[in-house]
Ligand binder design. Structure first.
Ligand code: SF4
Length: 270
């Protein structure tokens, strides 16, 4: 594989891709296969170390924000660098509490949060053809594709790397083998590989909530009403004690399919 948009150096050995990242403070340009040493360097490292590396290595990098763990990332990232990019997917189907949560985070940290919305024409055609709740009948992929994946794809086409709040313990089916850093197989293109950092991958839900409590990090009020993993309103419900957190997401579907397309590379076909 060849790529690289690192550190302002056009590498002679990489004929395919133009250099997009310009951070003269970083001395070492990446070679075409540098993801492997980077993975080795960051393996089992703590979230701050991973974030620090990500934010130093890439200028044009964005944090994807939707849930509690993402605010932990924002909180940590701001201690490293003030000019962080944060975006969130406004599917049009979020809970009112989630919109208030987004606003709470924006004000608390005094940051811009870019809201990504679906393509209007595509959404209109979809709703006209299938209504507002087709996902209960034929699965969430089509709706998520329009309301989440397409806007995300548009955004990711303009960054070099992104940071997610994925954790292994969020899904026994789809998130067990995710590394701290990876080439994003879902959103890279031949001319534009994309690097994805997962700083919290080895943290548990309890560690996230310990951090939230210790550092007084804002969270979604829905967490006080039995919700753990929170997505769109029609596709999220509270979970019972001892139920896994993802049990409240797309509960009518099998566990192995419970990815909305943002992390489609996590799903392995049988
Ligand atoms: S989570 Fe549900 S409402 Fe939201 S985009 Fe996916 S299918 Fe549509």
């Amino acid at each position: 594989m060849t790529w690289v948009r690192f550190q302002g150096t056009r590498l002679a050995c990489i004929p395919t891709y133009p250099t997009k990242i310009h951070n003269p403070s970083i001395p070492r340009p990446m070679t075409p296969f540098d993801i492997l040493p980077l993975q080795a360097e960051l393996a089992d490292k703590n979230p701050r170390t991973i974030l620090k590396k990500a934010l130093a290595q890439f200028d044009n990098i964005a944090i994807s924000f939707s849930g509690a763990e993402d605010v932990v990332l924002i909180d940590m990232a701001l201690a490293i660098r003030k000019d962080i990019q944060v975006f969130s997917l406004d599917t049009g189907r979020l809970h009112p509490e989630t919109y208030r949560f987004i606003e709470k985070v924006r004000k608390h940290y005094q940051i811009d949060i870019e809201l990504l919305t679906p393509n209007r024409d595509e959404l209109d055609s979809f709703v006209k053809a299938k209504g507002l709740f087709s996902f209960y009948e034929d699965g969430h992929q089509e709706c998520c594709g329009i309301r989440k994946v397409e806007p995300l794809k548009r955004k990711l086409a303009h960054v070099d790397a992104w940071i997610t709040g994925q954790r292994k313990d969020q899904s026994l089916d789809t998130r067990q083998t995710i590394p701290e850093v990876q080439v994003d197989s879902a959103f890279s293109s031949p001319g534009q590989p994309l690097i994805k950092f997962n700083p919290l991958i080895n943290w548990t839900s309890a560690q996230v909530w310990d951090y939230i409590e210790a550092y007084q990090v804002p969270y979604n009020d829905l967490h006080q009403h039995g919700f753990i993993s929170i997505g769109c309103e029609p596709c999220t419900r509270p979970v019972l004690p001892n139920q896994h957190e993802r049990a409240g997401r797309w509960w009518w579907e099998a566990g192995a399919k419970k990815e909305c397309g943002l992390h489609a590379g996590n799903i392995k076909e049988n």
